[in-house]
Design a protein around this ligand. Structure first.
Ligand SMILES: [Zn+2]
Length: 210
């Protein structure tokens, strides 16, 4: 008989006598009959997976709508403060819509629509358009300068690129000073001469803004 194939002696208790594949799982180990060793307790049930709040994926670059609204209201409040400074009838902010920021060479502007009500009795809700220029806080503590703010009348779509051109546009070297080509249809504009940004009429040049 060859010594190499002989089974090892059971010197370390009964567990050593079980096949090795059963030793890896204590639940399958049965004590020899008549033994006083109690069976191992069953493993506790796996905890139910916790319901995590829905998070944006790392590739989801959409802005949080709540943050967008808070930002729009902050801009609109600053714009109205500026507008009210030299006005006898003061306006109070009611609501603001999501803003559109427009990068221009070496600077950035934002177009804003908001509603406000004047301090006059029985005054109606008034829609406004505003444009701000973003600057260093050294120059303006709010971080922006108001470059346009005006109440919109019945022709509130006149400055949109989507409106029909009437031939009166002042166009020079890919710049149409009458319309805004950066914003979507939702942003209402006065005539373009009243604000600075969004006038480049090269097709798709502002596509990355939206
Ligand atoms: Zn615009």
């Amino acid at each position: 008989m060859s010594m190499a194939t002989a089974a090892p002696p059971c010197e370390w208790g009964y567990l050593a006598c079980f096949p090795s594949d059963r030793l890896s799982d204590p639940a399958t180990v049965e004590p020899p009959s008549g033994s006083s060793v109690p069976p191992p307790p069953p493993p506790p049930p796996a905890p139910a997976p916790a319901r995590l709040p829905q998070r944006k994926g790392p590739l989801d670059l959409r802005a949080n709508p709540k943050v967008q609204l808070a930002q729009a209201k902050r801009f609109a409040t600053g714009v109205l403060d500026h507008y009210n400074k030299n006005k006898k009838i003061k306006f109070e902010l009611l609501d603001a819509k999501p803003v559109i920021s427009i990068p221009e060479p070496r600077c950035c502007y934002t177009h804003i629509n908001f509603t406000a009500r004047s301090s006059k009795e029985d005054s109606e809700e008034q829609l406004f358009f505003a444009e701000i220029y973003h600057c260093r806080k050294k120059r303006s503590p709010s971080g922006f300068i108001v470059t346009c703010c005006e109440p919109l009348g019945p022709d509130f779509k006149v400055g949109q690129k989507f409106c029909k051109l009437d031939g009166s546009s002042a166009v020079r070297k890919n710049t149409d000073f009458t319309h805004c080509f950066a914003c979507t249809e939702r942003m209402l504009h006065p005539r373009g001469e009243n604000y600075v940004a969004g006038h480049c009429n090269i097709p798709r040049v502002y596509d990355y803004v939206r």
